[in-house]
Design a protein around this ligand. Structure first.
Ligand code: ADP
Length: 173
């Protein structure tokens, strides 16, 4: 049985991530989406909120589970019996970063095989960070987020007073 794990911050999950999950779900027998705590990033949503959001977005994909973990991905993989680590590539910056992580994971556990999925052209420019920035400036990016997450994002940014109301910029007279 081919078991894979797809670790990430997913803060929040975008349609680019969701496309990868669907493709992974078709390739592997079991796929665990693992919401990781990233010490270098201050998250907008808690891990529990992200797990709940992703569960709603993947409802209907019967072989996909959503879990949470901290620590090494290879340790998680050993705990759940996964041989494959799934990641996405949008551009050459992703490639260089992901190549180093894959090499390190392989050093930590030589059974760990990283499988890369190329981002679909229509999602190549998407990142959680860009979507948060555009939403906070009043842009509508509902085309790039699951509906539940788009609503949660606007609500959270408003709560944090990070949602700017669109203004008509007038020239100084
Ligand atoms: P991390 O902090 O671990 O990089 P992210 O949530 O930013 O977590 O990304 C998780 C994975 O999904 C990474 O492999 C990233 O390259 C990939 N990814 C992010 N956005 C997209 C996208 N639009 N299309 C395809 N893959 C993506």
């Amino acid at each position: 049985m081919k078991v894979a794990v797809f670790p990430g911050s997913f803060d929040p999950l975008t349609l680019g991530h969701l496309d990868l999950i669907k493709r992974g779900s078709a390739l592997f027998d079991q796929l665990a989406v693992a919401v990781m705590t990233n010490v270098n990033k201050e998250p907008l949503f808690t891990v529990d909120e992200r797990v709940a959001q992703i569960k709603e977005a993947v409802a209907g994909l019967d072989n996909v589970t959503v879990i949470t973990t901290s620590g090494l991905t290879v340790d998680l993989m050993n705990r759940i019996g996964a041989d494959y680590l799934m990641r996405g590539l949008r551009n050459t910056t992703d490639f260089q970063y992901e190549r180093d992580i894959a090499a390190m994971n392989n050093f930590l556990d030589d059974q760990c095989e990283t499988v890369f999925f190329l981002a679909k052209p229509e999602y190549q420019h998407l990142s959680s960070t860009i979507l948060k920035e555009v939403t906070s400036s009043g842009g509508d990016i509902s085309a790039y987020l699951p509906a539940n997450i788009n609503e949660a994002l606007k609500k959270r940014l408003a709560e944090k007073k990070m949602l700017q109301v669109k203004e008509h910029n007038e020239e100084a007279r």
